[in-house]
Design a protein around this ligand. Structure first.
Ligand SMILES: *Cc1c(COP(=O)(O)O)cnc(C)c1O
Length: 367
């Protein structure tokens, strides 16, 4: 029997081992670990890649979202609209600054923030929209930006799963006031520890973010703002500079796997990606009425899968105080019960994709 892990980062490491080892050794030789030349180099390389003016490296994707809201002065009494089916961190950032998350349901085909629902949720208290480019596929960012412009709202893009995804050739993360990326090891661009970045074209926001990530410090031991300690460290920056060179190639390979899956899984519903959008397939999901049985069947065939995410955010215990109940977001709730994430990474072999697809089709045809 085969054994196919959901994710195998070692397969990536063996390909780039020499470059990575040299980069880490360089940091050790320099003995500069925080806010040094490695971070500066990475920030400008990433800015170049995204085609954006400024990048600020921070401690994690979650911190990046928090710092983005702090930079906009969003806090108590303010509302931020966000999709209900993301990873919890998206909403954690809203509540960490004291603001109130207002959830939207999702589109049943793309699983992205529902645009109709978004329009209906805007109030006098709304300060920002926080769309998520879910699974590495762009949300309907063009519509979201239009709605934001009409209502004088900020857009902070959660691009934590979507490094390199585009809409009409323009990278996601660069549409809003700020875009936030995570470099959690399993992300398409992953560090060897925690890390994150915020991108922006606004110089004023850029300068505030650089202060806020560094204790709100203007010059050493002088603090105009209450900041955080949240910097992308030199070792992670050095690792990420190496990996960024490979990202486009890795994203192309993920697309090839996704296309291969889709061809083989003719009768199975997968995430719909509009024609002008380029997904980077951080996650590849199938939808199935008997998801739990399918997951168990695949596990029995040596195929590891995951569920992103089994519980929509409004039904998480920690947000019970918001007063939501089952049935409030019927599309997201339904989808959460049917989706299953298959292994997808650049190093996944074609024979593995074929084996996984064959087993899914076998399960499906013996209903
Ligand atoms: C990973 C992720 C985050 C959080 O990033 P961390 O670096 O783990 O803090 C936020 N939002 C989404 C959608 C994510 O997938």
């Amino acid at each position: 029997m085969k054994n196919i892990p959901y994710l195998d980062l070692y397969r990536q490491y063996v390909v780039i081992e020499d470059e990575i080892d040299i980069a880490i050794k360089r940091v050790l030789n320099n003995q500069s670990f925080i806010l040094g030349q490695e971070l500066e180099a990475f920030e400008s390389t990433l800015a170049n890649y995204l085609d954006v003016k400024y990048v600020v490296g921070v401690g994690s994707g979650t911190d990046g979202l928090v710092l983005a809201f702090m930079a906009l002065g969003i806090g108590k009494g303010d509302e931020v609209i966000t999709p209900v089916n993301s990873f919890i961190a998206t909403t954690l950032a809203i509540t960490e600054v004291g603001a109130t998350p207002i959830f939207t349901d999702v589109d049943p085909q793309t699983y992205q923030m529902s645009i109709n629902d978004l329009s209906s949720k805007i109030t006098k208290r709304t300060k920002a929209i926080l769309p998520v480019h879910l699974y590495g596929a762009p949300s309907d960012i063009t519509s979201i930006i239009n709605i934001a412009l009409k209502n004088d709202l900020h857009v902070v893009e959660d691009a934590c799963q979507a490094h390199g995804a585009t809409v009409n050739g323009k990278k996601v993360g660069t549409y809003g006031s700020m875009g936030v990326f995570s470099f959690y090891p399993g992300k398409n661009l992953g560090a060897y520890g925690d890390g994150g970045a915020i991108c922006t074209n606004n110089e004023q926001i850029y300068n505030i973010l650089r202060k806020l990530r560094n204790y709100g410090q203007t010059k050493k031991y002088f603090h105009d703002d209450i900041g955080k300690n949240s910097r992308l460290d030199e070792i992670q920056a050095a690792v990420l500079t190496v990996k960024l060179k490979h990202l486009s190639n890795w994203n192309r390979k993920r697309n090839a796997k996704a296309n291969h899956y889709r061809k083989l899984l003719e009768d199975i519903k997968t995430q719909f990606v509009p024609r002008d959008d380029y997904s980077v397939y951080h996650i590849f999901t199938v939808e199935h009425e008997r998801r739990d049985e399918l997951k168990m069947y695949l596990a029995g065939q040596g195929i590891q899968t995951q569920i992103h995410y089994p519980v929509p955010i409004h039904l998480q215990k920690c947000y019970r105080y918001l007063g939501h109940k089952k049935g409030d977001f019927p599309i997201a709730e339904g989808v959460a019960g049917r989706i299953l994430s298959l292994p997808i990474y650049p190093e996944l072999k074609n024979v593995e994709v074929e084996y996984i697809a064959k087993e899914i089709n076998h399960f499906h045809s013996h209903l």
